[in-house]
Write a protein that binds this ligand. Sequence first.
Ligand code: B16
Ligand code: MG
Length: 214
Amino acid sequence: TIKACIFDLDGVIVDTAVYHYRSWKRLANELGFDFTEHQNEQLKGVSRVRSLELILGWGGITKTPEEQEELATRKNNWYVELINQMTPAEILPGAREFLEACRATGLKTALGSASKNSGTILNKVGIANLFDAVVDGNKVSKPKPDPEVFLKGAEELGVTPADCVVFEDAIAGVEAAKNGGMKAVGIGSPEILTEADLVIAGLNEMTLERLNNL
Ligand code: B16
Ligand code: MG
């Protein structure tokens, strides 16, 4: 029986990819090369440090570890400026309603995100109070598809992994859920999220009935 729902943040609850894109593009442009939306797609669910490595590779640029740290901080400062302007209107359709429905029926809820900025984002869009646990990039060391982030979420909720359902938009995130012995609902397209137990376009298509049929 399902006892908890664990949600990825970017691509499931909010669309912060657009702010990541603007900030990485600004950095790439300062370094003298361009950064496309197609490339940005490949950074979804990927950590900040790994994203920078990929971008420098695409630009054909080598930087020392110290320089990389400075670049990552520069990008993050721009990104934080953008997310500080987020409002509750930016919650993706159905996300708040589904979170509230879960809690009303007694299910536990957790966030499982790679972002180190998840606290700011949840506060800005006004839904921090809808999560019993928040596990993000500040608490984990192994990136998805390692299940660490979701296993930690289950642990904080006091629920066994087999009783958890994960909502994810990234292939690596769906894999992480399955690697942790959890059910996975993919947000996106069934052709891409082939490992998921169910794929929907967004949380506005999710119901407690569908959850119990997983
Ligand atoms: P930060 P998720 C991920 O969020 C984003 O999809 C990814 O693009 C980003 O690099 C990563 O968080 C780290 O974010 O720079 O804020 O620590 O999908 O795991 O919620
Ligand atoms: Mg995501």
